[in-house]
Design a protein around this ligand. Structure first.
Ligand code: PLP
Length: 402
């Protein structure tokens, strides 16, 4: 009996003895939170993202979105949150829990990013109804195409931009010098270090912002708004006129949103391999592009210049004449021990969001057409040329070649 071919997942974290060594160093140090690794990670991330901003790390990308959205809603009576329907649920879910109204808009059929036209239509329609509007486009799969147009629409409508850069860490190498500059036209940029992401720590997230006041708000919120310099209650702060060394004050309720030192240590090592990993992703993307695949039966979504992406994902869509549906394709690849994934089930179809007034009233012609056919191919830095050839051979077998 022949043994089955080894599993090729759609994503796999990259790590080696360096992560293990960093973890052991934290273990031995005895300082498992609020220590030097967090400080180092925040400084290194800020350097990567442009130097002139601040990074506040938190326990995951969802909480990064939650904290920023709470901060951006301050002082607003009826804030509105806008995302595209092709996104992870984290932003919309946090927005609803932070008291925003929710609107979703359609995507651009080439980049899969938020459609600037659909955004403009929405913001024109709701003009005057909300005293604050936060637009939160995801850099889908790690691409920045169309973001400049989205930013222009946001500015024209006096709204605020907040980038979801959870897919985009690699695109931000060198402060986005070659690409979109993080948090340059926006209030902040949010990152995730989920195990599938280009910088992975297990659970982790960060906010990058050039707004010092917002950064201070986030730092305070993530540690229960504990203030050791506070003076609101002098009889608790002082003994015989001397400051009590144990004193702290909490003026408003906060949370524990902190990342641990273990996670920060892994993230520092991961950051050091971001450039090599991005180059590996570029090579994998090029091999997909150059393969003899029948591109009308399986359309690949890649930027025209080949490099304007972090290649967090390699999205593809079955063509109308593919000869099989997505479920059948998943089954055929699973039989060869190859896994695909779907990013994402349309948010406007999710029960959690579908009933929101602006969502049920909206139309999504581009995404509705694409959604049943959209999938993600295996993409991770250590996907070997041999394993990728196996994926391509099965795809050619199922879909034909060009
Ligand atoms: C686009 C997007 N936004 C937000 C998140 C939430 O990040 P996390 O899983 O770290 O909470 C993710 C990742 O999972 C994501 O892909």
């Amino acid at each position: 009996m022949t043994s089955p071919a080894p599993l090729i997942p759609y994503v796999r974290p990259t790590w080696d003895a360096n992560e293990a060594e960093a973890l052991l160093a934290v273990l031995h140090s005895g300082q498992w939170n609020e220590g030097p690794w967090i400080a180092r990670l925040e400084a290194e991330l800020a350097g990567l993202l442009g130097g002139d901003g601040e990074v506040v790390t938190v326990a995951n990308g969802t909480l990064a979105l939650f904290a920023v959205l709470r901060g951006l809603a301050r002082g607003a009576e009826r804030p509105l949150y806008v995302a595209s329907s092709l996104d992870f649920a984290a932003g919309p879910a946090c927005a609803l829990q932070c008291g925003y109204d929710l609107a979703l808009v359609d995507i651009d059929g080439a980049s899969l990013n938020m459609s600037a036209g659909a955004l403009d239509e929405l913001l024109t329609r709701v003009r005057g109804r909300h005293d604050r509007v936060v637009v939160n486009p995801v850099l889908f799969a790690g691409r920045d195409d169309g973001l400049a147009e989205v930013a222009a629409v946001v500015e024209a409508h006096d709204a605020w931009l907040l980038e979801d850069a959870c897919h985009a860490a690699g695109l931000y190498l060198d402060g986005g010098a070659r690409h979109w500059r993080p948090a340059a036209a926006s209030r902040a940029s949010v990152l995730s270090f989920h195990p599938t992401k280009n910088v992975a720590t297990g659970e982790g997230g960060a906010v990058f912002t050039r707004d010092r006041e917002l950064a201070a708000y986030l730092r305070s919120l993530r540690s229960h708004n504990i203030d050791r310099a506070g003076e609101a209650v002098p009889e608790l702060a002082l003994t015989r006129g001397q400051r009590n060394p144990w004193f702290y004050e909490i003026a408003s309720p906060g949370l524990n949103l902190r990342l641990s030192e273990f996670h920060a240590a892994i993230a520092c090592v991961q950051l050091s391999r971001l450039r090599d990993n991005w180059n590996a992703r570029l090579a994998i993307a090029a091999r997909y592009r150059d393969a003899a695949l029948h591109h009308e039966r399986l359309r690949l979504f890649m930027p025209e210049d080949g490099v304007r992406s972090a290649y967090h994902l390699l999205p593809a869509a079955l063509g109308p004449k593919a000869g099989l549906d997505r479920h059948q394709l998943f089954t055929r690849l699973a039989a060869a021990n190859i896994r695909l994934q779907v990013h994402y089930v349309p948010l406007h179809r999710q029960p959690a969001f579908a009933g929101q007034a602006y969502v049920s009233a909206a139309r999504f012609p581009v995404f509705d057409d694409l959604a049943p056919r959209l999938l993600s191919l295996p993409m991770y830095p250590r996907l070997s040329a041999e394993d990728q050839a196996r994926v391509l051979a099965v795809l050619v077998d199922v879909l034909g070649d060009r």
